[in-house]
Design a protein around this ligand. Structure first.
Ligand code: C2E
Ligand code: MG
Ligand code: MG
Length: 514
């Protein structure tokens, strides 16, 4: 008693229906698949077999519900390509995804990585707690692995307690790809080592990972799996719960990174850090203060530059401890300078890292250090970078205002390399802008660098801020900066960063004392 249109699915367009009608009129008979609405409201797959009777102009249509057949077809595909226990792609689909990755690499000159992941000692879990528990643990492990994947990555179960991940789009350089794959591998090691709660049992497990990075040229897919497998066995040999790269050089570079990280952990206790001091001068090359730059003096590695270890320390809480040490040492130095007729007026600038600045107790820490060492807060200068402040501009401004209440000076380091938004600049309670050395380097030759520096200096003047140029190496650069109104400088022209003894003999001994 209802019109036939009630059966039609909304997603079947009028033009599609019209096309079928047109074909029917031509051929008199048609069979096709479409979707209809069941009387209970859900959508079902149907097969339509229709005839057209030209004399009466009627259509006679048979509709058959083929949902079960469709579901069975889907299940067959699933069985062929997916692992029934974990619902992850199986080895067959994995091969397919690997070929796709190779094709993608060829087209876009990218690298991928294959991670062979094997649970450590899974057999003993199976043996002691039974296969059912073992299966559940595998399912949880599969979910955890999936949560580590980015869009475009594949995680497959290749059998037993073995999983394989294909990570795509890891950059054009294989070293970069190795670093990214390593980071992903460490994340996987971490998530797989968290306790599993299975049917009232708490199980502990870990994993071993072998990594093979692959790019555009090479490789028989089977070879790649073998490489990752070999690397995985290396990881097992080292006791498990670790990862290994197939290529020896990559392994070496990862090892040296890890070794450096490990050495860094004990550097503070071993008193391996040292502050170097680089003089800052005024218009007449008169010293006005210094920037303290940290150095790591490792017995095995020699002097390690902060560019190498600061970013490493920033990935953990270690940077906070290092930063606190720098703050303490700087205050001690200011205290020592109080006794010197010249140096008592020097400012001392220290670099503050993002994580350190974001610590809730950073401001009290500065206040306490200044009070304990009884130094003039105006002589301590904190260098912050734009990126640090922009992370959370409101809370940054709040902290900066509290720091200003203590009386310390604030300087904006590497100015011009970040966003340099004028909008926020006027709200920041800073005292100084440090013109980044990249503009100073070519200031003599480059017209645009000249213009940028002139603009920064004018900006500073209008906002009542001091401008200092860093990385000044030649007299011509100094003259050019002077011409643009910049009167404070730092750079090799006036002195390299050096240990305190050298700094004092170079800076203080040359100055006539009254
Ligand atoms: P920065 O704060 O911008 O420091 C200036 C860098 O330029 C220093 O490198 C300095 O040695 C170098 N430099 C100074 N004059 C010249 C010059 O005339 N020519 C050239 N080419 N370079 C010059 P350094 O000491 O290797 O420090 C690198 C960065 O490491 C610093 O950049 C700073 O961001 C960070 N850093 C250094 N010490 C600390 C610290 O105690 N704590 C934190 N969080 N970061 C630090
Ligand atoms: Mg600095
Ligand atoms: Mg700088």
């Amino acid at each position: 008693g209802m019109h036939i249109s009630r059966l039609e699915a909304n997603e079947v367009s009028a033009s599609e229906v019209a096309a079928h009608v047109e074909k029917l009129k031509q051929n008199q008979h048609e069979t096709f698949e479409t979707r209809h609405r069941h009387k209970d409201g859900r959508m079902i797959d149907v097969e339509i077999s229709a005839s057209y009777e030209p004399t009466s102009g009627n259509f006679v249509t048979f509709c058959r519900n083929i949902s079960d057949r469709k579901a069975a077809e889907k299940q067959i595909t699933n069985l062929a390509f997916y692992d029934p226990l974990t619902a992850l792609p199986n080895r067959r689909l994995l091969q397919d995804r690997m070929s796709q990755a190779v094709a993608y690499n060829r087209r876009y000159q990218k690298n991928s990585a294959l991670l062979f992941i094997d649970l450590d000692d899974f057999k003993s879990i199976n043996d002691t707690l039974g296969h059912e528990i073992g299966d559940q643990l595998l399912q949880q492990a599969a979910q955890r692995l999936q949560s580590c994947m980015r869009a475009g990555d594949t995680i497959a179960r290749s059998g037993g307690d073995e999983f394989v991940a294909v990570l795509q789009d890891l950059g054009t350089e294989s070293s970069e790809a190795a670093a990214q794959a390593g980071a992903a591998g460490y994340k996987i090691l971490d998530v797989l080592s968290q306790p599993y709660h299975v049917s009232g049992h708490v199980c502990l497990s870990s994993s071993s990972i072998g990594i093979a990075v692959f790019g555009t040229s090479q490789n028989v897919l089977g070879d790649l799996l073998k490489q990752a497998d070999i690397a995985m066995y290396e990881a097992k040999k080292s006791g498990g719960h670790c990862l290994r790269f197939f290529e020896p050089e990559m392994q070496a570079s990862i090892d040296s990174h890890v070794a450096l990280e490990r050495a860094l952990q004990t550097a503070l206790d071993q008193k391996e850090f040292q502050l170097y001091f680089q003089v800052q001068v005024g218009r007449n090359n008169n010293p006005v203060g210094a920037e303290a730059l940290i150095r790591w003096n490792n017995p095995e590695r020699g002097l390690v530059s902060p560019a190498q270890f600061i970013p490493m320390a920033e990935t953990s809480e270690q940077i906070v401890k290092i930063g606190t040490w720098v703050l303490e040492s700087a205050c001690e130095q200011l205290k020592a300078w109080q006794k010197d007729a010249i140096a008592c007026e020097f400012t001392l600038a220290i670099n503050v890292s993002a994580k350190q600045f974001r610590q809730t107790d950073f401001v009290p820490l500065v206040r306490d250090a200044i009070a304990r060492h009884q130094v003039d807060p105006r002589l301590l200068k904190l260098e912050l970078t734009e990126s640090v402040l922009l992370e959370d501009i409101d809370s940054s401004i709040r902290s900066m205002e509290e720091l200003k209440m203590i009386g310390v000076q604030l300087s904006l380091d590497d100015f011009g390399t970040g966003y340099s938004s004028l909008q926020y600049l006027k709200h920041l309670p800073i005292d100084q802008i440090k013109i980044d050395q990249s503009f100073v380097r070519d200031i003599v030759k480059s017209g645009s660098d000249k213009a940028i520096v002139r603009t920064i200096v004018a900006l500073a003047k209008n906002l009542n801020l001091e401008a200092i140029a860093e990385g000044v190496e030649t007299e011509e650069q100094r003259q050019s900066l002077l011409n643009k109104g910049c009167v404070y400088f730092q750079g090799y022209l006036f002195g390299k960063p050096m240990p305190i003894e050298n700094f004092e003999s170079a800076v203080l001994c040359g100055i006539p004392r009254s």
